[in-house]
Design a protein around this ligand. Sequence first.
Ligand code: IPE
Ligand code: IPE
Ligand code: MG
Length: 255
Amino acid sequence: MSVSPDRKPEVTAAETGSGKLPRHVAFIMDGNGRWATARGLPRTEGHRQGLEALRRTIRHAGKVGIEVVTIYSFSSENWSRPPAEVSFLMGLLRRFVQRDLSELHKENVRIRIIGGRDDLERGIAALLEEAEELTQHNTGLNLVVAFNYGGRSEIVRAAQCLSRRVLAGELTPEDVTEDAISGALDTAGLPDPDLIIRTSGEMRLSNFLLWQAAYSEFYFCEKHWPDFDEAAFDEALSCFGSRQRRYGGLNAKAL
Ligand code: IPE
Ligand code: IPE
Ligand code: MG
């Protein structure tokens, strides 16, 4: 899928205080557990409140006019958490799709899932497919859900897919270019993230969008994810607006 940029924002970049708006914002929604623990609540309550923050974020991204939002909802490493937490998170994903899908569809949101699909429980895989299928012709915000996602395993799957095509004689080794690799990743057709926001003060990628983040801007926010709100989002957008992206070159003034 590639994104259609013919959308009019309800709030302009000037209103958010940012000079230029990122096309694609990716979120590492971190800190649910710490948010809950700090309040003497079970970690699961943090995940529940995190879902509210996600709803706010999607709404706001649509209003501001961002084209693509990617959310890191469950990493390929998160399976190593206690079974009770994993099963709560699976239930939450189910409820999110079941309760929010029709609303998101009405809002013209197009959903795409990235991450490993093999070995997923059939019920979950079917729900994810349903979300993608139902919204595939929508032209509004593109919501990319990284589920069972790991950047390294995504690159491995892409490399295996291209190797098979070379073996089959469809490609030569020289055809394996940066574009060919980008096109074999789960994110094929999407622009790379301009801005990656991670909440909760941790400053690492945790295996998120390793290839795609080559020239992303990073923004780290001290708030735990359940506290992430419109004001925090606007602050990140405004910070992005003041960044100079040089892609290894020099900015105009230095030339
Ligand atoms: C993010 O919050 C949600 C997922 C990883 C699924 P965490 O659960 O990682 O919360 P902390 O980092 O332990 O506080
Ligand atoms: C990254 O957060 C994964 C998601 C937000 C889904 P983690 O909490 O799993 O990352 P680490 O373990 O702190 O690196
Ligand atoms: Mg965490």
